[in-house]
Design a protein around this ligand. Structure first.
Ligand SMILES: [Zn+2]
Length: 245
């Protein structure tokens, strides 16, 4: 009998030795701030390229977390790591960080990576809460065409941003984080990038020391859009009071 010794480790892959040299220490420092991880195998892939077709397929992004099964098409140099030699999956989840201006400096890199790490934690420990947020993200405009809510204000993103800022403050120092956020707001204003300005003004209001109740905050949205959520195909029974169990 073959022992199935599952190792729930986090594995880092980099597209080049240069990129590894630059990011590896920052990656380890972020990982240290996540002492309790779900029992899933996670591949973190850091790219020094930014394939345009991938940005089109997934919508412009600076980082992404996804379960590997059903995650669509990836560059061959990424997807070759998904499988074991016997053809089975080597990992459950993927965090993919493409080359953007954000991976050039520690503060934005740590914010992007820690944000995606928190999405991994959410999906591992509270899968239905995580899924409910994804359903809201994809359908909110349809449910509520006049909604003013920005994608980053959904509970899973709010919690991920709170955690990301907290981790960045530990890894890079509070002042560096504050200066970075201020510079983003200023840059957004100067370049008339309203969405960028709003995002960082919003980030600036988050208190990194406050604990956030993801279930409670998500449930408020579920109550508000319960009847519409029930019409969607999903593995969550939104008619139940405790739909998250
Ligand atoms: Zn997010």
């Amino acid at each position: 009998m073959r022992m199935k010794a599952q190792q729930f480790t986090v594995h880092f892959e980099f597209t080049s030795p240069d990129l590894k040299a630059k990011l590896h220490a920052w990656c380890n420092n972020v990982l240290k701030e996540f002492p309790k991880l779900p029992p899933l195998r996670l591949l973190c892939f850091f790219d020094n390229d930014q394939p345009e077709w991938l940005q089109r397929q997934l919508g412009g992004f600076t980082g992404i977390h996804t379960p590997i099964i059903g995650s669509g098409t990836w560059p061959r140099y990424v997807s070759k790591h998904f499988f074991q030699s016997d053809g089975g999956f080597a990992y459950d989840d993927l965090i993919y960080i493409p080359k953007t201006q954000y991976i050039e400096q520690p503060v934005p890199f740590v914010i992007v990576f820690a944000h995606e790490m928190q999405h991994f934690v959410q999906r591992g420990f509270t899968p239905k809460v995580s899924k409910a947020n994804a359903l809201l993200l994809w359908n909110l405009i349809k449910f509520d065409p006049t909604t003013e809510l920005k994608p980053w204000e959904l509970p899973n993103n709010r919690e991920a941003m709170i955690v990301a800022i907290r981790v960045a403050e530990v890894v890079c120092g509070k002042k560096a984080v504050k200066d970075f956020i201020k510079a983003q707001i200023e840059d957004g204003r100067n370049s008339h990038n309203i969405s960028k300005t709003h995002l960082w003004e919003w980030a600036n209001t988050l208190k990194s020391s406050v604990s956030y109740d993801l279930l409670k905050e998500t449930n408020k949205f579920v109550q508000q859009y319960r009847s519409q959520l029930q019409t969607l195909k999903s593995d969550i029974d939104f008619s139940k009071a405790k739909w998250w169990l």
